[in-house]
Design a protein around this ligand. Structure first.
Ligand SMILES: *Cc1c(COP(=O)(O)O)cnc(C)c1O
Length: 398
């Protein structure tokens, strides 16, 4: 009974072309990888600064492991909070210019933890429709009243907040606005200055998830808040991840003393889980140092982004508006996205098809992501392959 139910659902997914499978890499992360024994040019990782396999991070991981061991052995509130964790929290807080930071084991858990710690049944949460799944799931788990506003539409958000403040019986309830800083499947930025004003006007908290901006955006890599020049007063809650541009693993929340102490007391995904391996925290300290000192990575990435966009525009490829390393081609149907992705892969180029339910129906896309380890030659190869797909096979473009 159970087996046939599962088989039926899986078959349905297959016919809808939504079946997901994994690939196995036998090399470190990077532009040129080996998958199933085959060399592949990858435009498929969030390792934006190209740090995931940096020899200095590998050395730091080794040193961290030799000094502190592999496992943390316990949750932070028991005996798992070690010196590298403490030092990393302080260094991250300093990096993002906030009084405190708190480590979480993943970004997914950080978002669940913050939202459930701050909101309960009688509170209200507003989220961009394209927010990352972890922000949505945190909202559901918190039992707060969850509203989703149209993507980046701060005007509608302001209108709805105004309406709900007129009808709400109790003004003492908490309101939180939560948004991705850089949207993970579109690469565009949230209108944070406007959201900050709206949050201020409605006495709401603003939470920004900067998973894709941290290390990449802003003159010194401090992320989307640096890009916009926003302060802790405007954005009291900042979440960042360490598995993307930092090339390591884990996440943190940064904010005021009161916020962080509240999370330590209340964030269940912080309290009831084993602390990150101390060697990971130790390696992340080194990564933070590289993010802060090797500005060439961000600058070079910016030139690659410009190159890709110019060439894609010349070919009339449906490249979406984005200034970040996430450069999606909006191809439309799920079938077409799959076909393009498969064609590219058969030519040794990996660009994932992003399909519903990750993106809305009819907005399937190829998600190209660039890193500081790509070269102009890599981009040329991608563009040539895309040009062949678009011109030699017109049936693919309809
Ligand atoms: C990747 C991502 C997360 C989750 O972070 P992990 O550390 O991978 O769990 C959260 N939010 C956004 C916007 C992300 O892109």
């Amino acid at each position: 009974m159970l087996a046939s139910k599962l088989a039926e659902k899986l078959a349905q997914r297959r016919t809808q072309q939504l079946y997901r499978t994994r690939r196995t890499l036998s090399t470190p992360q990077g532009p040129e990888i080996i998958i199933n024994g085959r060399p592949i040019l990858s435009f498929c990782s969030n390792d934006y600064l190209g740090l995931a396999a940096d020899p200095r991070l590998i050395d730091a991981l080794n040193t961290g492991a030799a000094t502190y061991g592999i496992g943390s052995g316990a949750a932070h509130l028991l005996s798992g909070h070690m010196r590298p964790h403490q030092e990393l929290e302080q260094a991250l807080a300093e990096f993002v210019n906030r009084p405190r930071a708190l480590l979480f084991s993943t970004g997914y858990m950080a978002n669940l933890g913050v939202i459930t710690a701050l909101l309960g049944r009688s509170d209200t949460l507003w989220e961009d429709r394209l927010n990352h799944a972890s922000l949505i799931d945190g909202g559901v788990l918190s039992r707060a009243k969850l509203h989703r506003y149209p993507h980046k539409d701060h005007t509608i958000l302001a209108q709805r907040l105004l309406q709900s403040s007129k009808t709400q019986s109790s003004k003492t309830n908490s309101t939180l606005i939560a948004t991705d800083g850089v949207f993970s499947m579109d690469g565009d930025l949230a209108p944070l200055p406007e959201l900050a004003t709206i949050a201020h006007n409605h006495n709401a908290w603003l939470l920004v998830d900067d998973a894709h901006g941290l290390g990449v955006l802003g003159a010194t890599g401090r992320g989307v808040l640096e890009h916009y020049g926003l302060t802790i007063e405007q954005v009291p809650i900042l979440m960042g991840t360490l598995g993307k541009a930092f090339g390591v693993f884990g996440a943190f929340v940064a904010g005021s003393e009161l916020l962080i102490e509240t999370l330590i007391q209340q964030a269940r995904s912080f309290i009831y889980t084993t602390a990150l391996p101390p060697a990971i925290a130790y390696a992340t300290l080194e990564s933070l140092h590289l993010v802060e000192t090797e500005h060439w990575r961000r600058q070079y990435l910016a030139t690659l982004i410009t190159e890709l966009r110019q060439q894609a525009t010349q070919l009339n490829l449906p490249i979406m508006e984005s200034t970040t390393p996430i450069q999606p081609l909006l191809v439309g149907s799920t079938a077409k996205a799959n076909l393009w992705s498969q064609e590219l892969e058969s030519q040794g180029i990996l660009v994932p098809a992003i399909r519903p339910p990750t993106v809305p129906t009819g907005q399937a896309r190829l998600r190209i992501s660039l890193t500081a380890l790509h070269t102009s030659a890599h981009i040329e190869r991608l563009i040539d392959a895309l040009a062949r797909l678009a011109t030699l096979k017109p049936e693919y473009t309809s």
